[in-house]
Design a protein around this ligand. Structure first.
Ligand code: ATP
Ligand code: MG
Length: 428
């Protein structure tokens, strides 16, 4: 016997039990983004490797060690997208979406990073991302934060997450700060871990982001980037804080929040939770005013964020939100040849008349007992019963599977009316 083929490590199936939480999240986000005037864009999953090298940065974790890169049959170097911003900017430039216009865009889908798989960290994972092009003010940064705060309320997760905020300043102020930071870190070089020592030359700001507890003291003592901001970035940040204060949004300034991608400047933020262990960031983003130009477009201010869908779904599962609206209203129990035929037809008539009805029709025969077991397992609220007796006298049996209510027998001509009434009761 040959061995069963397994899924690729770190790439998960999303099983039917889990998909209601995914769909609940996705449909809630879609409603939210519609209501703020964002439009969906769908990009390819595969892009030129160069796109990610040029945007995310050569000396970042993603580009150095996490990308799935391969040569295709033409010898082109391609990469499974590790994130969505680069592809979104590429698509916006290529399709002329940025000519003298504001774009509020969003996308969703799988991303790929070769990381060590663990809870909340996978090799194929999913993001819902949002990008705005053409607006430079902190008002739109605030809009993103207000919008995500509203999403947590819509999902019932507002108690689970807190907001961390920082400003990375302009690239000039970051370059100046980089010198100050490196000087400080060289004084403590003996206590730096291996990763940090390597980053000292290549990407010292990332050292601030280290997750190694042994580095905590050195990092806490380091000069702070937000004390070295240029005047414009400082004004931008103060204005953003004023908007958030006015809207009653609580936040923590985290001077060590630097984000893992090179293209960010000015505002950066993360929504974090302490309910998921080490992988606590559920949504992260910020401003990337330089990226469009860096990828060949005209200078265009931009700001965006991405949510980690798996982590949000884990939170939803912990909260055990009611997701019964994906279960059928009715399960049709059909015993006997004639009942099967009439049941199929009745099912279609009910669906014609009641488009919002979720109805599962039993297939495959079997006894009343085994069909009732399946009806119960389906989560349906009602069993609609057709047996020999119902067929011969033109009735339909109704059994309430989740309520203390007596079984009924009704004239089959009244089936639509009855189900319409029951649906109204369910939605009340
Ligand atoms: P982390 O610090 O957790 O590695 P990141 O800074 O690399 O996150 P981003 O590139 O900002 O993450 O991606 C945005 C969001 O996507 C993260 O906040 C997280 O919720 C989610 N995410 C990132 N990488 C993974 C992964 N490998 N598996 C699952 N979710 C992920
Ligand atoms: Mg990462």
């Amino acid at each position: 016997m040959s061995k069963n083929i397994q899924a690729v490590r770190g790439m998960n199936d999303i099983l039917p039990e889990e998909s209601p939480a995914w769909r609940h999240l996705e449909s809630t986000v879609t409603r939210l983004l519609d209501s703020y005037g964002y439009r969906e864009i769908r990009m390819p999953i595969v892009e030129s490797t160069d796109l990610f090298k040029r945007s995310i940065g050569e000396v970042t974790d993603i580009v150095e060690k996490e990308m799935y890169t391969f040569e295709d049959r033409n010898g082109d170097m391609l990469t499974l997208r590790p994130e969505g911003t680069a592809g979104c900017v590429r698509a916006a430039i290529q399709n002329g979406l940025l000519h003298n216009q504001v774009q509020r865009l969003w996308y969703r889908g799988p991303m790929f990073r070769h990381e060590r798989p663990q809870k909340g960290r996978y090799r194929q994972f999913h993001q819902i991302g949002v990008e705005v092009f053409g607006l430079e003010g902190p008002d739109v940064d605030a809009e993103h934060i207000l919008m995500t705060a509203r999403l947590w309320r819509m999902l019932g997760l507002e108690q689970d997450v807190t907001l961390q905020l920082n400003s990375l300043g302009s690239s000039a102020s970051r370059t100046a700060y980089r010198g100050i930071l490196v000087e400080y870190l060289w004084h403590h070089v003996d206590s730096l871990d291996e990763d940090s020592r390597r980053r000292l030359d290549t990407n010292p700001l990332r050292i601030l982001d280290s997750k190694n507890p042994a580095m905590r003291e050195i990092i806490d003592g380091a000069p702070k980037l937000n004390e070295h901001l240029d005047a414009e970035s400082q004004a931008h940040f103060e204005q953003l804080r004023a908007y958030l204060d006015a809207a009653g949004i609580a936040y923590q300034i985290n001077p060590c929040l630097v984000r893992g991608l090179d293209y960010y400047g000015k505002t950066v933020f993360e929504w974090v939770t302490d309910k998921l262990g080490a992988q606590g960031t559920v949504c992260a983003g910020g401003r990337f005013d330089g990226l469009v130009e860096q990828l060949g477009g005209k200078p265009t201010p931009a700001v965006g964020f991405a949510m980690g869908v798996e982590r949000l779904v884990s939170l939803l599962e912990q909260e055990q939100l009611p997701l019964h609206h994906y279960q059928p209203h009715g399960y049709m129990v059909l015993v006997g040849e004639a009942a099967q035929r009439e049941g199929l037809v009745l099912g279609e008539r009910l669906r014609d008349a009641l488009p919002q009805l979720r109805l599962e029709v039993h297939c495959g025969g079997g006894s009343f007992k085994s069909q009732f077991k399946r009806a119960d397992k389906s989560g349906a609220r009602l069993a609609l019963i057709l047996g020999e007796e119902e067929v011969s006298n033109g009735t339909l049996g109704i059994k309430f599977l989740r309520e203390e209510r007596e079984q009924q027998s009704l004239d089959r001509g009244l089936a639509i009316e009855f189900m319409a009434g029951y649906l109204a009761e369910c939605n009340a």
